[in-house]
Structures are given as structure tokens and as C-alpha cells.
Design a protein around this ligand. Structure first.
Ligand code: PMP
Length: 443
């Protein structure tokens, strides 16, 4: 394409007046963990696109499914009919999901999955005769989407401070980031503070007004924040005590990123009332997402006085047959060995990245499974990120790109979440390039 063609493309975060300026030189192909750009440079796909190309690029079984399902049935209306792939996939997802989360509503991605969960919460509380129970508790640092309500839950001010957000519905708690806990406070005491904050919030606003608590089990775009031990459990217990829906936003953590199809139960031992998912469900080969909903909750609605009320909510592309067929093949591949590979390689991946902590610019490397974050600091004494050049992530990314690695820069942090098919020698390459990129940035 001609360079001028880019001026017509609006991508996320273009600088006003410079549409297209921020987009990277065109990526033209992908194979396994690699992508190749228009100049023929091959790069490791460090962020797996955006936490999504879990089975890797150029995956033939998925490409075949795309073609075959398009030829068999390319579309049907989810409002009046159901297609076979969506039904089959629902049963498989129900078998993987924890507890009684055995119903699924399909969407077109993560934002619409979160939106669905929240509309469903309001619908349920209306049916149960408590329409005021609709406030949502979210957290600083979180990311839940780019639609109106989901964006209002985001914990980074730049995501919504320029819009008239649905803020009156949303309460934001402290980010459960042990690295940024108050000075002199132990991780255990920090966890107590976070739980107390939620308890006090419930007391202040009244449980009769709070409908849901939404949390990524590991905050992804906020910088791979692994919460303190016991935090999610205790938040879950408070939700149960006050009849508040616990929504686990597993858009990133599901489908193998933490080695399991869903992470809530297997990794953190909790059973949410709703799980939202997207991205890895199709490894990015087709836009699909969804919300797993508890049958206990649905049963409660059935037994209410308004059992005939209709959840009038649906997207043209809900339950898309191609998306659901791709998700089935993707699940075959994950179950067929990729989940096990991700579980086996995760400790190696984390340990190799952790070795970067010897670099003066690196304050902490943290993560779990195949997701990790390198957080840069101005100096190791204060661990203060604020005095840093806040473009440091972008500078590391620029160096790494020259050396053959795509990085996801987040201000002063770099996120690593490669395709789950990455091998140990490829992990070594990734870490070695990242080391060089950071070293060049700090020099
Ligand atoms: N929730 C989480 C945890 C996410 O990371 C994202 C996307 N990065 C979303 C929701 C929104 O998903 P989508 O971009 O597919 O709408």
C-alpha cells in the first residue's frame, strides 16, 4: 500500500491530527510465534498480538475450520435460531467452567462480554425486585473494555477521563499491586487493607445498591498485577455475604494464558457468578467473546415473580457459527497439548524473565503462567516510576523491534505474553533480546 493510505486508518490511540502516525509498519504475515513486517523483518510476537494469538500464527487446522465452516454455514440469526458449533462449544465450555457456570452468552469480544455481564446483572436485579442494586465495584488499574460502560470501569484515567463516563454507577477500589503497596506495610497487611476497603465500601453505599464486583484475576493491561495471596478468596466471600455478583473478567487469563481453560478455580480456587472471556477463545482468528453465567442465578430468576421477563439483549454476531467453530478447533488444540506445554514452560518463562532484575532500570519482573511484566524504575532505592521518562516502554520497544522482538509498552512497563506454543530456546531468544533492548535504553 502507499504510505499515504495510512492516513485513512484510525487505530487505537492515534495522536489527534496525526491519524496513522502511531501505527507500526505493516505486519504482513505470521507463522508460529513470529510475525514478519513489510520490510521482511521477522519478529517474535512478544504480546501475542494483544494477549490473543495463543495457538500461534498460521495455524492450519484453524484456517481449515474457517474455510469449512464458511462453506457449511456462514451466518444465522442468534435471535431466532441456533447453530451446531455454538451448541457444541457451549457444552464444552460448561464442562471446563467452575462450579455451576454452565450457561454461555456469546458476544463479539471482551468489551461486549463485560457489557453483557453488567446488563445481565441489572436485568436479574430488576426481575428480583431490587432495581437499585446496580452499582459496580471495579479497581484502579483495571481494564475492562472500550464500550461506554465497560470503559467507565477502567482504572486508568486516560481511558475515560475525557468522556462523560457512567461514573455515578461505578466505585473504584485500590489496585491490589503488592509492588506499589504503602511503604512499611507487609503484603499480608496490605491485603487486609484491600479487603477492609471493600467491606467499608459496602457499608457506605449499602449492599442493596451494589450489584457487582468485577475483577481480572490478574490485572493484565494494568501491568500484570498478581494480587496478594488470599485476596480474591476474601473478596469472593464478601460478595457472597452481601449477594453481590462476583464477575471474573477472564478475557486475558482464560484459554491457556495461565495453563488452564479458565483460571478462576484452577489457579485461584474461586467460583465466580459470571466469567467473561474473549481473545484466546479463538486465538484471535475470529472476533468472539462471551459470558459464562451460573445456573443457580438463572434458576433464581425462573422462580421469581417475573419469570416471564425477557433478557432483551443480543448482538447480530452473537453465537457466530464461524467464531464458534474456530473456538472448537482452538479448544481441541489447547486440550491436545498446548495447555500442558504452557503449564510446563511457565516456570521457565518466569525464571528467565526474572533474571532481568539485575538490570538497574528494572524495578520488578512479575507474572504468572505465560504473562509477565517488566516494570522500570527511576532508581532501585525508591522504586519510584514517576521520575522516569514515561516513554521508556516505547524506547525499549523500539530497540527490541530492531533486534527482532515486538513488545507491548505500557508507559514505564513492558508486557510479555507470547503465543503459548513458544519453546524454551525461543523463550531464551525473547529474554536475550529484551535484555539487550533494556540495556540499550538505560545507556
Ligand atoms: N477485559 C480485559 C481484561 C481485557 O484485557 C480486554 C482487552 N484488552 C477487554 C476486556 C476488552 O476486550 P475487547 O478489546 O475484545 O473488546
Amino acid at each position: 500500500f502507499a504510505e499515504s493510505a495510512r492516513a485513512h486508518l484510525i487505530q487505537p490511540w492515534p495522536v489527534a491530527g496525526e491519524i496513522g502516525a502511531e501505527s507500526r509498519g505493516g505486519i504482513v504475515s505470521g507463522n508460529g510465534i513470529y510475525v514478519t513486517d513489510i520490510e521482511g523483518r521477522r519478529q517474535i510476537d512478544g504480546p501475542a498480538g494483544m494477549w490473543c494469538t495463543n495457538v500461534g500464527h498460521g495455524c492450519e487446522p484453524i484456517a481449515r475450520t474457517l474455510y469449512e465452516q464458511a462453506m457449511a454455514l456462514s451466518y444465522n440469526s442468534p435471535w431466532y435460531t441456533a447453530n451446531d458449533p455454538s451448541v457444541r462449544l457451549s457444552e464444552r465450555l460448561a464442562n471446563h467452567a467452575p462450579g455451576d457456570l454452565n450457561h454461555v452468552f456469546y458476544t463479539t469480544g471482551g468489551s461486549s462480554a463485560v457489557e453483557t455481564a453488567l446488563r445481565f446483572m441489572q436485568f436479574a436485579n430488576n426481575v428480583l425486585g431490587r432495581a437499585d442494586k446496580k452499582m459496580i465495584v471495579a479497581r484502579q488499574g483495571a481494564y475492562h473494555g472500550s464500550t461506554y460502560l465497560s470503559a467507565s470501569l477502567n482504572g486508568r484515567p486516560r481511558d475515560h477521563d475525557w468522556m462523560d463516563s457512567a461514573g455515578e454507577l461505578v466505585i473504584k477500589l485500590t489496585c491490589p499491586n503488592p509492588f506499589r503497596r504503602p511503604a512499611g506495610v507487609s503484603v499480608e497487611a496490605f491485603c487486609d487493607m484491600l479487603v477492609d476497603e471493600f467491606r467499608n465500601t459496602i457499608e457506605t453505599y449499602g449492599a442493596e445498591r451494589i450489584g457487582a464486583f468485577i475483577a481480572e484475576p490478574i490485572m493484565a493491561s494494568g501491568g500484570v498485577i498478581v494480587p496478594p495471596e488470599g485476596y480474591l478468596d476474601r473478596m469472593r466471600a464478601l460478595c457472597t455475604e452481601h449477594d453481590i455478583l462476583f464477575i471474573a473478567d477472564e478475557v486475558v487469563t482464560a484459554f491457556g494464558r495461565l495453563g488452564h481453560v479458565f483460571a478462576s478455580k484452577e489457579v485461584f480456587g474461586i467460583e465466580p457468578d459470571i466469567i467473561t472471556f474473549a481473545k484466546g477463545v479463538t486465538s484471535g482468528y475470529f472476533p468472539l467473546g462471551g459470558a459464562m453465567i451460573s445456573s443457580r442465578l438463572l434458576e433464581r430468576l425462573r422462580q421469581s415473580n417475573h419469570a416471564d421477563a425477557m433478557f432483551a439483549h443480543g448482538l447480530t454476531y452473537s453465537s457466530h457459527p464461524i467464531g464458534c467453530a474456530v473456538a472448537e478447533t482452538n479448544l481441541d488444540l489447547l486440550e491436545g497439548g498446548i495447555l500442558a506445554q504452557a503449564r510446563a514452560n511457565a516456570p521457565y518463562f518466569q525464571a528467565q524473565l526474572k533474571s532481568l532484575e539485575d538490570l538497574p532500570l528494572v524495578g520488578e519482573v512479575r507474572g504468572l503462567g505465560l504473562m509477565a511484566c517488566v516494570e522500570c524504575v527511576a532508581d532501585r532505592e525508591s522504586n519510584n516510576p514517576l521520575a522516569l521518562d514515561l516513554e521508556v516502554g516505547k524506547r525499549i520497544d523500539a530497540h527490541c523491534q530492531q533486534l527482532g522482538l515486538l513488545v507491548r509498552p505500557l508507559i514505564h512497563m513492558c508486557v510479555m505474553s507470547p503465543p503459548l506454543t513458544i519453546s524454551r530456546p525461543q523463550i531464551d531468544d525473547l529474554v536475550s533480546i529484551l535484555r539487550q533492548g533494556i540495556s540499550l535504553t538505560q545507556d
